[in-house]
Design a protein around this ligand. Structure first.
Ligand code: HCB
Length: 212
């Protein structure tokens, strides 16, 4: 059943073994599961569980890194299929990245992949990116949306900094700001004046479509 497949995907991530993840992804694909569903309900759910186990001291950092690598490989396997679903020809330009001091990029990369497959032109500038890099890229590619990922309470401030820099540059009216990442909430988005808070990648795609 689908529930079993979802559990297998999640368990494969928790096992921290790439081969398990690839096998579970292939199996879910063969069973006709949607790529977005495989990622969000299966793999990302497993990664969240890894986070819980890490917090409880049941898993250590090397395991988390292995799980992260396995997850990235699993997502790579699905990238082609994600594109197949794209029918819209919206070419709005989006800059997406993880803010300064923060090396977490799994969620950010999933968001980029799903926005891309929804037909947007995405410039993923990577992780641990200073405010200036976001601003420079936004100017260079004439972006209308910027996605800011922050996975730590200590780096969330970077999202606020980018919004302030956009104001200083006179770009705030032109560029919609989307924020996300595990510690980020709607309340935080409201507080810093972001336009979109997206809890996951599907939500990110939905909200960007709505706002443009
Ligand atoms: Co990391 N880490 N980590 N970590 N890590 C967290 C984030 C903690 C919460 C775990 C904990 O201790 N409780 C914690 C942060 C605590 C805090 O808030 N202060 C933490 C810490 C402390 C650290 C280090 C400092 C650990 C150390 O060295 N002692 C270090 C940080 C180094 C640094 O950044 N300067 C560190 C390192 C790592 C790695 C390298 C081992 C690895 C990252 C690998 C990589 O990304 N390439 C890692 C991981 C994997 C995690 C956890 C376990 C999972 C994160 C993840 O990938 N989740 C995480 C625990 C957790 O989050 N609860 C833990 C899965 C993805 C799919 O979810 O939330 O990232 P997501 O993204 C979603 C969603 O939020 C949204 O859509 C995505 C897709 O659905 N979204 C956006 C995200 N960004 C968006 C942007 C948008 O515009 C829109 C939507």
């Amino acid at each position: 059943s689908k529930e079993e497949l979802i559990k297998e995907l999640s368990d494969a991530i928790i096992s921290c073994k790439k081969d398990n993840v690839l096998a579970a992804v292939e199996k879910a694909k063969d069973a006709g599961m949607e790529p977005a569903e495989i990622i969000e309900k299966g793999l990302a759910a497993g990664m969240n569980e890894v986070g819980v186990l890490f917090e409880r001291g049941k898993l250590f950092l090397p395991h988390v890194m292995m799980a992260a690598d396995a997850m990235a490989e699993g997502v790579k396997l699905l990238e082609k299929d994600l594109g197949a679903g794209a029918t819209e020809k919206k070419k709005a330009v989006i800059v997406n990245g993880t803010v300064e001091g923060d090396v977490h990029d799994i969620g950010k990369s999933i968001v980029s992949t799903m926005l891309q497959s929804a037909g947007f032109e995405v410039h993923d500038i990577g992780r641990d990116m200073p405010t200036k890099s976001f601003i420079d890229k936004i100017k260079e590619v004439d972006a209308v949306v910027v996605g800011l990922s922050a996975l730590m309470t200590t780096t969330m401030q970077g999202q606020k900094e980018v919004i302030e820099a956009l104001k200083e540059e006179g770009l705030r009216d032109k560029v919609k700001v989307m924020v996300g990442g595990a510690p980020v909430t709607q309340a935080w988005a409201d507080k810093i004046g972001a336009d979109i808070y997206a809890e996951n990648a599907s939500e990110a795609v939905k909200q960007v479509k709505e706002i443009l």
